[in-house]
Design a protein around this ligand. Structure first.
Ligand code: ZN
Length: 280
């Protein structure tokens, strides 16, 4: 099963968004006043060539994100996008021989604007989103949380990505996305309360398409909670479960904005957990 990591342009955010500073509301407001920007980071979308059809995990950014509404202080002060139309997901997939109609299913880790931005390129695909995530986009609160439902393709009506009570490693619930059970969604709350990640079982190795469950593999290993997560405890618990998953079998961990995600996928580079000290 081939997995493609497609970089859909660049984004930069504030350092305090990547590494949360302080706690509670103060931590979540820090990115608005922080002067320190990150380097320009990738926004990966992933395409899985499964025998049942191509599955896309997150649809990436789009060129329209270079112009964001100014009424939201986060858009005005804390994020910049650099992306041309040809860098959107659909034209990049077309260039490697994956057409619009080859994409059977799109699973969205969450609905932030750099994850749902490429949906318009796939009008024929089924789209799966956690019901709670979809609900969070509604109304003024959704707007202030940084969702842009007004930019969704007209008639956007995703199916709820709900979980069954079938455990997957340390995760109590999971959802098979393919009949053969090789592509599985797991709940990874933190960055948003209903954030999900997708695991691809590729032989003995698990490839985790992590969305924003962590901004990088380093954040996974250090247990760093970002400056966005409304519930720090939930985010920490998710990171602990993902690390526990990595102890079971080799695991390649691919966050959306980790500059090394594509390279780790190409090299099959697995998470290397620190070896526990042996008691004397
Ligand atoms: Zn996000």
């Amino acid at each position: 099963m081939r997995i493609h990591a497609i970089s859909t342009g660049l984004v930069r955010i504030k350092s305090s968004q990547v590494t949360g500073q302080g706690h509670g509301l103060r931590r979540r407001l820090a990115p608005l006043i922080d002067n320190e920007w990150t380097d320009w980071l990738p926004t990966y979308a992933f395409a899985i060539e499964h025998p049942d059809g191509v599955i896309v995990v997150d649809s990436g950014a789009n060129a329209g994100l270079k112009r964001l509404p100014r009424w939201n202080p986060y858009f005005q002060f804390a994020v910049n996008f650099d992306i041309a139309p040809e860098q959107e997901l659909a034209p990049q997939l077309r260039a490697i021989g994956i057409g619009q109609r080859d994409v059977r299913l799109i699973a969205l880790t969450h609905l932030h604007i750099d994850h749902d931005g490429g949906l318009a390129g796939f009008p024929h695909a089924r789209v799966l989103v956690a019901a709670g995530e979809l609900a969070a986009t509604a109304g003024v609160k959704g707007r202030m949380l940084g969702y842009l439902p007004q930019r969704w393709p007209s008639g956007f009506d995703p199916e709820p990505l709900d979980f069954t009570e079938v455990p997957y490693g340390p995760f109590a619930r999971s959802r098979r996305l393919t009949a053969d059970g090789a592509v599985i969604a797991i709940p990874t709350p933190g960055h948003t309360p209903d954030h999900v990640s997708v695991v691809v079982e590729d032989g003995e190795t698990r490839v985790v398409l992590a969305g924003d469950a962590a901004y990088s593999e380093a954040s996974l290993l250090s247990g760093t909670v970002d400056g966005v997560s409304p519930d720090e405890g939930a985010a920490l618990a998710t990171l602990a479960k993902l690390r526990a998953l990595a102890t079971e079998r080799p695991m390649i961990f691919l966050p959306t904005h980790d500059p090394r995600s594509a390279e780790r996928l190409a090299r099959r580079e697995c998470v290397a957990l620190p070896v526990p000290a042996i008691a004397a």
